[in-house]
Design a protein around this ligand. Sequence first.
Ligand SMILES: [Fe+2]
Length: 372
Amino acid sequence: MTVSTEPGTMIFEQIATGGCQSYLLGCADTRQAALIDPEVSQVDRYLALAAQDGLTIRFLIDSHTHADHFSGTQVLAKRLHATRVMHRAAPAPGLDMRVDDGESILLGKLRLRVLHTPGHTADSMCLQVADRVFTGDTLLIGGTGRTDLPSGDPAQLHASLFGKLLKQDPALLVYPAHDYKGRSHSTLADEIATNPRLQVRALEDFVAMMRNLNLSAPTHLTEALRTNMSGGKTVAQMLAEAESQVPFMAMTELRDRLASLSPSGTAGTAGSAGSADNCGRLIVLDVRERDAYDAGHIPGAVLLPRGQLELRVNTVLPDPTARIVTCCDFGRISTLAAATLHEMGFARAVALDGGMKAWAAAGLPLELAAVG
Ligand SMILES: [Fe+2]
């Protein structure tokens, strides 16, 4: 969408992911763009939108340290060589630019003016550009950000709202970092008039209201803080990377192959896993713990728990050309194990598409550990 503003024309995209809102805004003259509050699962979508609009993303901006979703700025910064921006108080390492109240980020002919608005978090900021203000979690449509998460402070939020944000031009369009009801934006005037939290103007009353919200912790709180503050990867990212490195074998395909390889329908035994002759052979590698393996495994499967994989791989799997299918309870640890095997040179390792829970539920053959 193209929006005419003074002094230039702004290209503007609002991207909703669940309740999270991200914004791509660009200068129509220079085609330089900034992405505000990108979410890691939508990275390819942002890049496609920027390409569609003919924009080059120069700035990746988080309005604050998110505790409820995974920032995409780190991944995007690597791919785009763009500048990662946060407020000066942000704990995240590896930022390229730290900004403070009253400063501006230049985006071609557009100016993104920083308003430091602590309260939801100490590093919260709003960004005002042309006719609109990106309010992060400081001000939501009909609400405000919570103040009970790390570095939150209800008195600071009160000061940021009543002492700063609400004193801006009431005609400014409000674009928040979240909306769970599908609304795109509002105005400062509308929020001042109708937002229930903004009707509680006295500091003590506002603080008491915020302290008594009794909200449950957001899903993935610790993981979001860990990754957003440290630059580390999410579990979903680790799994996605592993999934992109290994092929998968369907459960029925494995059942059929096992049946055709051995008259008894077994893949071999643990003792024969290292056989030099692997022509046509398939090693089913069960990476669960022994008690799970003993309770029922794919006939002939070799046990090598994930936690021992690197240390025992040379003994258990001496042939790097072996055809290996990894399996676990739900198909996630086996995917990581197959990716690790690939890294170690087992180019023919694949992961079972599914896990032993699904295998058993489908009534596929199981073997119990020999007693005694
Ligand atoms: Fe937030």
